[in-house]
Design a protein around this ligand. Structure first.
Ligand SMILES: [Zn+2]
Length: 182
């Protein structure tokens, strides 16, 4: 089909360019070696920053709807007690989680030791959009005391900031797990 020739030439030229530059048009994002390569689209929230639960950024927007609803309701109640519920970590991309794992390997010296502290990409509740890390001590206190009213529970004994939806509203939270890998 001669009328398609110019497009074919363009496609060939582009694939040659891709081969030359090493760039790929694939949708899979490349691995990350530096936090500077992480963006809002990875759910990355820079150190020292936090998001409110009405944020439009993926870290909040891509949380499981039931978790987000529970958090928003809890946040409204917390606000009446003077505590603002913000998050410093929410949904994360798999490549962001892998970056955190690679950091842990550097810190702990081996993948085996690192995996005691940080979950691999898809295993993380954050990657599933099923976990948040809370920003302020006031809000952590509020949620650890009253969060179960909305089904929100502290998952790990040593991570008082990490909450997941672990019971029905008004139910009992399971005892926090000893080993925090959230
Ligand atoms: Zn967490």
């Amino acid at each position: 089909m001669p009328s398609h020739r110019p497009l074919l030439h363009l496609a060939l030229a582009l694939s040659a360019l891709v081969a030359l530059t090493g760039c790929s048009a694939a949708a899979v994002a490349p691995p990350v070696s530096d936090a500077a390569q992480l963006t809002d689209d990875d759910g990355y929230i820079p150190d020292g920053s936090s998001l409110t639960l009405d944020s439009d950024l993926p870290a909040v927007r891509r949380l499981e709807p039931a978790l987000l609803d529970a958090l928003r309701s809890a946040a409204a109640a917390a606000a009446e007690h003077g505590a603002e519920v913000t998050i410093v970590d929410g949904w994360r991309s798999e490549r962001y989680q892998e970056y955190l794992f690679a950091q842990a390997v550097r810190t702990y010296g081996s993948e085996e030791e690192a995996s005691r502290w940080v979950k691999r990409g898809a295993d993380s509740a954050h990657v599933a959009g099923a976990a948040v890390d809370i920003g302020t001590a006031d809000a952590m206190d509020f949620l650890s005391r009253f969060g179960s009213e909305w089904g929100l529970c502290q998952t790990y004994a040593n991570e008082r900031w990490h909450f997941e939806l672990l019971t029905r509203p008004g139910g009992d939270c399971p005892a926090p797990l000893a080993d925090g890998r959230g």
